[in-house]
Design a protein. Structure first.
Length: 402
């Protein structure tokens, strides 16, 4: 196993304080890091109506903006043909943009999984993935969007291509929302499910994640129960998320049944003891009524033995009844020391959990032939390590390469 790399405790604490003011209601937009203009995408109809009034227009012009963004999917203010030229010029003059980025590259696997790279205004690349699933029994089809919440990731989990690529900055709400629009345009199909499981740790950018979640639900009509927010565990943020009482699933990436092993796989776990994490998950279930999904990546010879499954079952017993285990046989990435477990080992792990009455599923590997592991495609196109960028005070946390 490669030497794990660690996140400094103090910057992590500062980053957590920064998320402490997170709120589900979309605030008045401000110009923000990574963008030179303020973005219309992500705003609600009342906010757009207020903006129209602020720029000397009738309120209904705001409704027109709403339709242009979410129904017509106009990509530039210059294309807003339904509103007067003077209003378009006022928007541009006040520093607004539609908030859409061009597709830089897209790659499709044989199973239809499509990974899209978007090129942001500051030339950063982010990944987003569309995963189509046909439900033959119901005669319907689902399209899941796996969205990124940060450019890179500061947490550096040892098996993760995104973590290996470093961290640049948090995404703004519109940069999360536009990923779903890009997937819908690529597939010419409505996105039915959203998982915040792409690049980055969503809980370290909770304010933008909650604003994007609101927009998906209210503007794009994606049900809250169709969305999953994933985390590797960031102290205090699960409580914060629970207080919003969303009807979305919380997915917690455990990857190990005990603190010692977990710290070798997820270095940031040092700042969040497993007992405290499990207590927070239990409380999330009690507060929201939504069961927690525990994600467990099976790494051959590391955490995939029967004794690990037994220990995991014991650990979950402390968490009450509201949970489900999702096993993910490791999807190898270039340069990784980890290997994918054999199918019979995975089955033995499942059997050991089921024998202890744990509900468990094994995630089907999608798009194995399309650089599917999170961060892999981006790393191919963005060769400059993100860590070379000097983080500004608002891009915390600072990283310490091992
Ligand atoms: S697994 Fe998630 S939290 Fe860990 S480094 Fe990768 S993107 Fe970040």
């Amino acid at each position: 196993m490669a030497a794990p790399q660690h996140v400094r405790a103090a910057p992590l604490a500062r980053a957590l304080r920064a998320t402490a003011t997170a709120t589900a209601s979309a605030p008045v937009p401000i110009k923000s890091q990574g963008t030179s203009r303020r973005a219309l995408l992500g705003l609600s109809e009342p906010q757009l109506r207020q903006l129209a009034l602020d720029l000397g227009q009738e309120s209904y012009r705001g409704k027109q903006l709403h339709d242009l963004l979410y129904k017509s999917r106009a990509k530039q203010i210059q294309d807003f043909n339904h509103v007067p030229k003077a209003f378009r010029e006022a928007l541009l003059g006040a520093g607004w943009s539609a908030g859409r980025s061009p597709v830089h590259h897209a790659i499709t696997a044989s199973d239809g999984t499509t990974k899209i790279l978007l090129k942001l205004e500051d030339n950063r690349l982010i990944e987003t993935v569309g995963i189509p699933v046909d439900d033959d029994n119901k005669g319907s089809s689902r399209l899941t969007a796996c969205v990124s919440s940060q450019v890179g990731c500061p947490l550096r989990c040892s098996f993760c291509a995104t973590g290996k690529g470093g961290f640049a900055r948090n995404l703004q709400p519109h940069e999360i929302v536009e990923q779903v629009l890009a997937i819908e345009e690529t597939f010419k199909h409505r996105v039915t499910n959203v998982v915040f499981m792409g690049m980055g740790e969503p809980m370290m950018n909770l304010k933008s994640v909650l604003e994007a979640h609101r927009c998906f639900n209210k503007e794009l009509k994606i049900g809250q129960r169709m969305m999953t927010i994933s985390t590797v565990g960031v102290p205090n943020t699960i409580k914060m998320l629970a207080s919003h009482k969303l009807q979305s699933t919380l997915a917690v990436s455990l990857h190990a049944p005990n603190q010692k092993l977990r710290e070798t796989i997820v270095p940031s776990a040092k700042s969040y003891p497993l007992g405290a994490l499990m207590d927070d998950c239990k409380n999330y279930f009690l507060e929201t009524g939504r069961r927690v999904s525990f994600e467990y990546t099976l790494l051959a010879g590391i955490n995939d033995e029967k004794q690990h499954a037994e220990e995991l079952a014991e650990l979950l017993r402390t968490c009450g009844g509201g949970y489900h285990v999702n096993l993910i046989p490791y999807n190898p990435i270039e340069g990784s020391e980890y290997k994918r477990p054999y199918r019979k080992v995975v089955q033995a792990f499942v059997d050991a959990l089921e024998a202890r009455k744990i509900t468990v599923s094994v995630r089907q590997t999608r798009g194995l032939d399309a650089n599917a592991a999170c961060g892999q495609l981006r790393n191919e196109f963005q060769k400059n390590p993100l860590l070379e960028i000097e983080p500004s005070p608002s891009t915390e946390p600072t990283l310490v390469p091992a």
